[in-house]
Design a protein around this ligand. Structure first.
Ligand code: ATP
Length: 193
């Protein structure tokens, strides 16, 4: 069963594309959602987070997202430490999930996939792309907040040009090309592998 990675910069439309694969009956592992869940559910991960970030990491047993975000937002080293704890837990969770799927292929959606080297453990990679100004306006429309925060998050991620070198497939989500047509083509291709 092929493992297909689905990635793209903030606001590129990964989740939107993932939804189309889901509608075609393809199992989708949403790494970022699972990471959030595991930070609360996984006892070993919780305890590692407490050791790393202190008791404020949890308030009444609930993950203190704002506190952790404030610790890692402009601190590259702290972000790397957080990822070093969370990524192995997500990988183990993904493999357990993968083992029980029945499908010609599965999709693993992740915002940070190529940057972390996670793409090397997958068979093929789809990169979702959209022009930066469109991505910024979509994120602001979706989340509100400040443009400077979106730009700061973009800066933490690799550029599309850097990512292209590791992707076998590109989906253009620029609002002009049909995402459905592009997904259907890839769906046929993966099923024929
Ligand atoms: P993030 O990395 O921030 O999680 P993402 O890559 O998963 O983002 P989405 O959440 O799929 O991106 O898309 C960002 C926003 O843009 C969403 O509100 C989504 O509904 C909207 N969007 C995505 N694609 C399109 C499109 N082709 N036309 C209009 N809006 C779109």
């Amino acid at each position: 069963m092929l493992k297909i990675g689905l990635t793209g910069g903030i606001g590129s439309g990964k989740t939107t594309v993932a939804k189309v694969f889901k509608q075609l009956g393809i199992p989708v592992y949403a790494s970022d959602d699972r990471a959030k869940a595991l930070m609360t559910e996984d006892v070993a991960l919780r305890s590692a987070l407490c050791s790393q970030f202190g008791d404020k990491a949890f308030v009444d047993g609930i993950l203190n997202r704002a506190y952790i975000a404030s610790k890692v937002f402009y601190n590259k080293k702290a972000l790397e430490q957080l990822n070093a704890l969370v990524h192995p837990a997500v990988e183990a969770d993904f493999l357990a999930w993968y083992d029980i799927q029945i499908s010609p292929y599965i999709i693993k959606e992740a915002a940070i996939l190529i940057e972390s080297g996670g793409h090397k453990r997958l068979d093929q990679i789809i990169l979702v792309q959209a022009p930066e100004e469109i991505r910024i306006s979509r994120v602001l429309k979706r989340d509100g907040g400040e443009q400077s925060h979106v730009l700061a998050r973009m800066k933490e991620q690799w550029s599309d040009t850097q990512k292209e070198a590791h992707a076998q497939h590109i989906i253009s989500n620029d609002g002009k090309s049909s995402v459905l047509e592009q997904v259907l083509k890839l769906h046929d291709f993966f099923k024929s592998q």
